[in-house]
Design a protein around this ligand. Structure first.
Ligand SMILES: Nc1ncnc2c1ncn2[C@@H]1O[C@H](COP(=O)(O)OP(=O)(O)OP(=O)(O)O)[C@@H](O)[C@H]1O
Ligand SMILES: [Mg+2]
Length: 261
C-alpha cells in the first residue's frame, strides 16, 4: 500500500505526457519582451540581486537566451558551465552554476540556437525538479524569439514580467506578445505583469490610455537611470544598489512577493 503513494508528488500529467513536477515552494519569475534592448537582462540580473539581498532568498539567475545571451561575458563564466550540460546531467546542476553574490548563483544559457532548438520539454522539467528543490527563487532572463524551451519555462513560471520600453511602438509590440502568449499558447493572463522600463519624465504620451485599450493593466514603471549600466556587475556591484532600477525593482518585487505569499 505504501509503495503506491510514492510517485504521486513527483509527477505531472500534461497532454498524456508524464513530466517531473517542480517544487511548488520555489518561485519562478521569467522576464520577457519581444523588443530587443527593452531591459530584460538588466531587470533579470537586478531582480536576482534584489531577491538574494533584500528578501534573503536563495536565488538562481538562469539564462534562457541563445541569441546568444550576455551572461558568459557579464559574469565571466567558462563555456562548459551552462544550461546545456545541466540539462544533460540535472542531478549534477551544482557543477554548472557560478556563485556571484551571497545567496545568488548564476547559470549561463545555451549559446548555439540550433542546440537550443533540440532541447526537450521532459529534460527542462527534470532539471527544474532539481533546481526548484535547491533554490527559493529562480529568475530567468529570456530571448525575444519564442521557441519551445521559452514556452516550457513560461508555463513553469509563477510570475512573468513582460517588459516594454517607454514608447508606444514598444508597448504595441508587447501587446501583441501578450495576445499570442495568452490566446495561442494558453499562458495564464494572471501571471503576466507588465513593466514599462526607462521611463523619461519629459515624455508625455498617454500610455495609460493605451493600456486601457490593450485591456491589461500596467504593473509598474521603472525610470530611465543614466547611472545604470549592465557593466556595473563586472566592475562595481555595490554601485548597483544605489541605482533607481535597483530601488524601484526591489519595491515591485516585494509587493509581488507579498501577493504570492
Ligand atoms: N532603467 C534603465 N535605465 C537606464 N539604462 C537601462 C535601464 N534598463 C536597461 N538599460 C540599458 O539598456 C540597454 C539594454 O538593456 P538590456 O541588455 O538589459 O536589454 P535586453 O532586453 O536584455 O536586450 P536584448 O534583447 O539584446 O537581450 C543596456 O545598455 C542597459 O544598461
Ligand atoms: Mg538580454
Amino acid at each position: 500500500m505504501e509503495n503506491l503513494v510514492i510517485i504521486d508528488s513527483y509527477l505531472e500529467l500534461k497532454n498524456n505526457k508524464v513530466l517531473p513536477a517542480k517544487n511548488p515552494e520555489c518561485c519562478i519569475i521569467s522576464v520577457i519582451s519581444n523588443k530587443g534592448g527593452a531591459g530584460k537582462t538588466s531587470i533579470a540580473i537586478t531582480a536576482g540581486l534584489c531577491f538574494a539581498k533584500e528578501l534573503h532568498k536563495r536565488t538562481l539567475l538562469l539564462e534562457v537566451d541563445s541569441s546568444p545571451g550576455d551572461f558568459g561575458a557579464v559574469f565571466d563564466i567558462e563555456s562548459e558551465k551552462s544550461f546545456e550540460l545541466a540539462l544533460r546531467f540535472p542531478e549534477k546542476f551544482g557543477y554548472y552554476v557560478k556563485n556571484i553574490f551571497k545567496n545568488l548563483d548564476v547559470m549561463k544559457g545555451v549559446s548555439d540556437p540550433l542546440v537550443a532548438e533540440r532541447i526537450k520539454e521532459t529534460d527542462v522539467h527534470r532539471l527544474f525538479k532539481f533546481l526548484t528543490s535547491e533554490y527559493d527563487c529562480i529568475v530567468i532572463d529570456t530571448q525575444t524569439v519564442i521557441n519551445g524551451t521559452l514556452l516550457d519555462v513560461l508555463r513553469l513560471s509563477d510570475v512573468i514580467l513582460l517588459v516594454s520600453e517607454h514608447s508606444l511602438e514598444s508597448f504595441s509590440r508587447i501587446s501583441s506578445l501578450f495576445c499570442i502568449l495568452t490566446e495561442k499558447f494558453a499562458i495564464s493572463k494572471d501571471k503576466i505583469k507588465v513593466i514599462i522600463n526607462k521611463k523619461k519624465l519629459f515624455k508625455l504620451f498617454k500610455i495609460w490610455d493605451f493600456a486601457k485599450i490593450a485591456d491589461f493593466p500596467v504593473e509598474a514603471f521603472i525610470s530611465y537611470d543614466p547611472r545604470y549600466d549592465k557593466s556595473l556587475f563586472v566592475f562595481n556591484k555595490n554601485k548597483i544598489f544605489k541605482t533607481r532600477l535597483y530601488k524601484q525593482l526591489s519595491k515591485i518585487l516585494s509587493r509581488l512577493n507579498g501577493n504570492q505569499g
